[in-house]
Ligand binder design. Structure first.
Ligand code: ADP
Length: 399
């Protein structure tokens, strides 16, 4: 098989490595996959090609290096390696320094490592993935695309926490926001889908997945977002609690003797939809249980929707006007129930959904689901890999 030039997109986590190979000409994925359980027993790597054919291989030894080596072996066997012209890396945290994607140099790699304090689970793994990929492809341009950089346009009023100011100056405590690549892709797609003026619009994006966040986009720039210095703040998520009265944590520490690390674990891994329902962090399971009358599954969905509507309403105040609310992410793209409940909760805005369009715009479909256009509600599947590939093409000057 012959291939046009390809971009390799790598998203290296602490125990996983996701990858996609996209064609430069039309950004179609020709191969994608994930290596999981890296560093643990039973690690594996799975591949999905353009025809949806899946292959899974075990990984021994199970580290990132071996995963990358097996990926390259597979690319070689499929005749793809020599067509790769550049690599894009998803990087969790770019601090206040990286306001957009950049070509990776040794200095940039040092900076990515230096932001590990702010993203201890992600940045070290991201840096490791970059190093390993550079060793395999020393001559290819490599680009870092940061989850935080889209939100670097937030005004100080939106990113400053009301704690002693020295912590912002000395320890970089401020709102950074995440999911920036997704919010940027979806907001740009919304401008195209709805025929909005690129220099004069107001959009709210609700990225709802296992991690969830809202972003207010004004004239192409992020002006407010719900995640904070870390991805715990804001909405109710799969296992993350989102906003909480800090007093609850001190109260729990006193009552239960839990340490800071234990409370951190509770907020990250035992809260959110899982914590409320006691059943699952997965929205599909909760919807099923709710339909059977499970009270805590119902409550979990109600709290999720209440918080989301509250955040959408609040973020609207950072815009001059509202043209559209866009749903994306696994829940936003697929759950007509969550979309319906959320828009009903926002009845003060006078938006009405088209029930048929809402029910049928799922499973990767894109489209407007509201009855009137003012403001519109739409579903736009996110595509972070494509956004990363577009940045790579632009920065590496690939035609
Ligand atoms: P991540 O943040 O890990 O990338 P995803 O964007 O894949 O997560 O979203 C995962 C969430 O999407 C899960 O809660 C899952 O239940 C939900 N989801 C996927 N498909 C559906 C569906 N058909 N109906 C409701 N929720 C869905």
């Amino acid at each position: 098989m012959s291939f046009s030039p390809l971009i390799l997109v790598i998203n290296c986590g602490s125990s996983s490595l996701k990858f996609s190979l996209l064609a430069v000409d039309d950004h179609r994925p020709v191969l994608s996959g994930i290596a999981e359980r890296l560093g643990l027993d039973n690690a594996y790597i799975s591949f999905k090609d353009a025809q949806d054919v899946k292959t899974t291989l075990t990984l021994t030894p199970s580290g990132h290096q071996r995963a990358l080596a097996l990926l390259i072996e597979q690319l070689d066997q499929r005749g793809m390696t020599s067509h790769i012209v550049a690599v894009g890396h998803r990087v969790a945290h770019g601090g206040s320094k990286f306001k957009q994607s950049v070509m990776i140099t040794p200095e940039v790699l040092d900076d990515i490592r230096s932001f590990s304090m702010l993203a201890p689970l992600h940045n070290p793994a991201n840096a490791q993935g970059i190093e390993a990929t550079m060793a395999v492809f020393p001559r290819l341009p490599q680009v870092a695309v940061f989850d935080t950089s889209f939100h670097q346009t937030l005004p100080a009023a939106a990113y400053t926490y009301a704690i002693p100011y020295e912590y912002q100056q000395e320890l970089q405590v401020r709102r950074y926001g995440f999911h920036g690549t997704s919010h940027r892709y979806v907001a740009e797609s919304a401008v195209a889908l709805l025929g909005l003026d690129p220099n004069d619009h107001g959009i709210l994006v609700a990225h709802l997945g296992n991690g969830s966040s809202v972003c207010a986009v004004k004239n192409g720039e992020s002006v407010d977002t719900s995640m904070g210095m870390t991805p715990i703040e804001g909405l109710v998520m799969g296992t993350r609690g989102g906003d909480i009265d800090f007093g609850i944590l001190t109260y729990l520490a006193r009552c239960t003797g839990k340490s800071l690390d234990e409370l951190d674990d509770m907020m990250n891994k035992q809260s959110g939809l899982l914590g409320i329902s006691g059943v699952s962090s997965d929205c599909r399971t909760l919807q099923e249980e709710r339909s059977k009358g499970h009270p805590r599954a119902s409550l979990a969905i109600d709290v999720f929707v209440h918080r989301l509507a509250r955040y959408l309403g609040g973020h609207m105040m950072s815009l001059s006007r509202l043209d559209a609310i866009i749903f994306t992410g696994g829940i936003g793209e697929n759950s007509s129930l969550i979309r319906e409940l959320t828009i009903n909760h926002l009845s003060v805005l006078g938006i009405r959904l088209d029930a048929d369009k809402n029910a049928h715009t799922c499973g990767g479909k894109s489209g407007v689901i509201s009855l009137t256009n003012s403001p519109a509600v739409a579903v736009i599947p996110t595509n972070e890999e494509k956004m990363i590939a577009l940045d790579v093409v632009r920065l590496a000057n690939i035609c």
